[in-house]
Design a protein. Sequence first.
Length: 243
Amino acid sequence: MGCDVFRFKRFAIRQRGCAMKVGTDGVLLGAWMRLDPSDCRLLDIGTGTGVVALMAAQRTEGYSTRIDAIEIDPSSCRQAAENIAESPWSDRIVLHPASLQEFALEKSRSALFDHIFSNPPYFSDSLESPDAARNRARHTATLDYETLLRCSADLLHPQGRLSLVLPIQESENMINRALDKGLCITRRTDVRTTVKNAPKRVLLEFSRANRTPELNELIIEGATPGCYTEAYRNLTRDFYLKF
């Protein structure tokens, strides 16, 4: 997915100026996260190209839903602004060139969100590349999990939800940290590339409701490489041209 323009069924993502291109993680999150007609305000943390915010806008078309998207990297922010402006939903998405910490400080308690979502940086222990922008996008140096959860808890409506996509090895750490902030896991989907592979990614939903979570698994490809499972097709068919 490293081309300069990635085309979905109803919008296009220009990504030449973005450190991180459109990837499966973001598309999974945008298609999987639960969006309700009663959700008035959504927040995308670290929007990058703007792809997840635009998927949310498509899925809430016809609703009176406003989406705020924040991005710290100037080049990615400019690219996201272009993608949003060229989309059918530019009037419902507001882009903020700021860090999560700065954004959270500016918001009052009256500006709470019904759903917060993020495809956060996660290479906290790996070697950094020479590309500073790519480091900001991939490493937790500018947005660690503690900050993500603390600010999300402060910005979340009491009945709101937080949705994340993470490497599977980070899941228990995130779940335990979320509990410390009063957020309980309500949905979890482990993602396998193929049936023979162990799960590499996990989709998580948190809320303040302490109830038995919905647990399931998603397999992307079938036995033949490039042959996608019906479950993955059904999840993403509103977005991918090939489906």
